[in-house]
Design a protein around this ligand. Structure first.
Ligand code: 13P
Ligand code: SF4
Length: 398
């Protein structure tokens, strides 16, 4: 069977669909909102030249630098990754390999922060484009979480039985908040294990920022939907996040109203259409998708789980995938004996992962080779100490 991926219909393409093939920075429609202080010399360079320059810089650095790449990175970046993986595996890697002086993290800001917290003191973590953030992580501002925590504490009489659990996709200061308040970090690959641990520590879980991962995980553990309540952080303080006090009293999980804009695009109609087109299709989706999508899928898991699921499927399998397009396209290419397609025919790449353009990688690698560290991610020591506790609690739950 021939490998295929759905291609966007031209009139419905999103801006960044045009850029999966690397264009010079100067021609990238979104460059205006990316990190601007990259030297102008890099702005006009095309893909081939950038790839050659990264290769040369990397050769001259040898083992002094390791490049980590998240599965959502584009091909011109992922080809350089010494380790590619999901957010859990990359955090684990940073925690366990003190050999390299520099960890060049091709992913987004919260991942590089976790690497800085977990890596050894002599290692420096570099994020090629400082504007590579995560819109979901940005939905949980520490000040809003602190307000919610206070309001919940007032309602319940104390926060003693309330365990804060933050998804890896959050600011380091929220990981520190969890470390300081008896909580923990989770990723999409270990959320059940982490919530099980949390329920051994207390009666309720306060889960942020991704409502969907929280709800899907709670449901997988047998918690009824009525015992999981949404906290609308957009409401002014004093409103209990829009929830009724008795509803919160009944709740076992309080879900921050955050989401991933990429995974919110998947619909049950897409799954129904895929099943009509291919009666034997297997549907695998990321747990950041909405509850109804996860219920309609055959398998659910992190980006690494999805990659393994496709790799291990028998030849001839037809697999519809609900996750970011760079990973889906790569899986289609790497598994030519299977039909692998993205459920959303007009899906945009993750626009923040996409900001790690090869020009930035060339710039940071050439700077390191010349002896200058640029774009270093440094989490302040007072934040690190508590955030490390929450991350290490997670890493210990094998
Ligand atoms: P993974 O933990 O599955 O790699 O996912 C990270 C992410 O940001 C998904 O949107
Ligand atoms: Fe954040 Fe969604 Fe991008 Fe993941 S895919 S980094 S959750 S915006």
């Amino acid at each position: 069977m021939v490998s295929s991926i759905s291609r966007p219909v031209p009139q419905l393409q999103c801006e960044s669909d045009f850029g999966i093939e690397t264009l010079p920075l100067s021609q990238e429609a979104s460059f205006g909102s990316w990190q601007r202080e990259i030297p102008e010399a890099y702005w006009q360079l095309g893909s081939d030249e950038l790839v050659t320059r990264v290769r040369e810089a990397r050769a001259s650095l040898g083992d002094r630098a390791v490049i980590l790449g998240h599965h959502y990175q584009r091909e011109d970046i992922i080809q350089f990754a010494d380790e590619r993986g999901d957010s859990f595996m990359l955090a684990q890697y940073a925690a366990e390999r003190p050999e390299s002086e520099y960890i060049v993290f091709c992913g987004v800001h919260f991942m590089a922060e976790a690497a800085d917290i977990l890596s050894a003191a002599h290692q420096q973590v570099v994020l090629p484009n400082m504007e590579a953030g995560c819109s979901m992580a940005d939905m949980a501002a520490p000040a809003d979480v602190h307000v919610a925590w206070r309001e919940l504490g007032d309602l319940f009489g104390s926060t003693e039985d309330l365990i804060p659990v933050t998804y890896m996709n959050s600011a380091a200061s929220l990981k520190a908040f969890c470390g300081e308040h008896g909580g923990v970090v989770c990723t999409s690959s270990n959320a059940v294990k982490v919530l099980e641990w949390a329920f051994e520590q207390g009666k309720r879980v306060f889960f942020f920022p991704d409502q969907h991962l929280g709800r899907n995980t709670g449901h997988a553990m047998g918690i009824p939907l009525e015992e999981m309540t949404l906290w609308n952080w957009r409401l002014p303080a004093g409103n209990l996040g829009g929830a009724a006090p008795e509803q919160l009293e009944r709740s076992r999980v309080i879900l921050w109203q955050g989401h991933c804009s990429v995974h919110q695009r998947f619909t049950t109609t897409q799954i129904e259409e895929a099943r009509e087109r291919h009666p034997d299709v297997q549907i695998v989706v990321h747990p950041e998708c909405r509850y109804d999508i996860v219920q309609a899928a055959d398998a659910i898991g992190s980006t690494a789980y999805i990659a393994n699921y496709v790799a291990e499927a028998p030849a001839g399998s037809v697999i519809g995938v609900g996750t970011e397009i760079n990973l889906v396209s790569r899986l289609a290419k790497e598994n030519p004996d299977k039909t692998v397609f993205c459920l959303d025919p007009v899906v945009c790449p993750c626009s923040t992962m996409y900001r790690v353009h090869p020009a930035y990688l060339a710039w940071v690698m050439e700077s390191l080779a010349a002896g200058h560290v640029v774009n270093q991610i440094v989490v302040p020591e007072e934040v690190q100490a508590h955030a490390r506790i929450a991350l290490e609690r997670m890493l210990a739950l094998r």
